[in-house]
Design a protein around this ligand. Structure first.
Ligand code: FES
Length: 84
């Protein structure tokens, strides 16, 4: 499970904590609004479904997320696939 200090947006190094705080304070309705949270989601696009998952949770800190290792690894596969 991801910790609050782990990065949710690996492109822009935005931690899960930053995203959760942003959601609490600004209550964005769509994930694209999280771009104002240090650019989260505006790079490769990998983290967007996860940002959406946090938005949809009443308690975002409880959202189901992979381990940081699996998360980073799956992103690599995602990016490799997009390149070909
Ligand atoms: S990991 Fe967030 S845009 Fe690439």
């Amino acid at each position: 499970m991801m910790n609050d200090d782990d990065e949710l947006c690996l492109c822009f190094h935005v931690s899960k904590r930053k995203v959760i705080n942003y959601i609490r304070i600004h209550r964005p309705r769509v994930p694209s609004q999280l771009s104002e949270c240090y650019g989260a989601g505006t790079g490769c696009g990998w983290c967007r479904p996860f940002l959406r998952r946090l938005l949809e949770e009443a308690q975002p800190e409880q959202a189901e997320l992979p381990s940081p290792e699996a998360y980073a690894q799956q992103r690599q596969q995602y990016r490799d696939k997009r390149k070909t």
